[in-house]
Design a protein around this ligand. Sequence first.
Ligand SMILES: [Zn+2]
Length: 181
Amino acid sequence: MDRVTPGRRRFLGFAAAAIVAGTTFPAAAARRLMRPRAVALHNLHTGEALNTVYWADGRYLPDAVQRIEWLLRDHRTDETHPVDPQLLDLLVDLQSRLRTHAPFEVLSGYRSPQTNAVLAALSDGVAQNSLHLDGKAVDLRVPGRGLRYVRAAAMSLRGGGVGYYPHSDFVHVDTGRIRYW
Ligand SMILES: [Zn+2]
């Protein structure tokens, strides 16, 4: 018995640790996953600002998402478009990666085909098939965070495309293919 007991004790200790790990780690991860998600946005063209929980208890909140879509509308035509929920989640992750609570300053969210065509004709930096047309892209900057830092943080998330526009002082993020420019 003397030879068995220490081993058995070790085994019991290990089993207890496994049970503790098995019960607490997934619970903590689940709590993290289930934490309400909020996004803070400031549209520099319209001056409108919004800080809202858009996801809670396992679902996107239609009223909040609608208000976000209005803030991200084509400010030239006042047209809205469904926003890709993944884009909102990407912004939440980006904000957390940047360790800030500052609202995103939005230079461009949704663009109607008409607006995009006009902008594409005026600038080389605007794509004909821009993901802004699909509600899957935002051009932004973040108060208190350098543009290079914002770009690096966005790239590290590997959530889609990241474009760097230092002359216009913004970073483009989208939920399309992972690509950088
Ligand atoms: Zn863009």
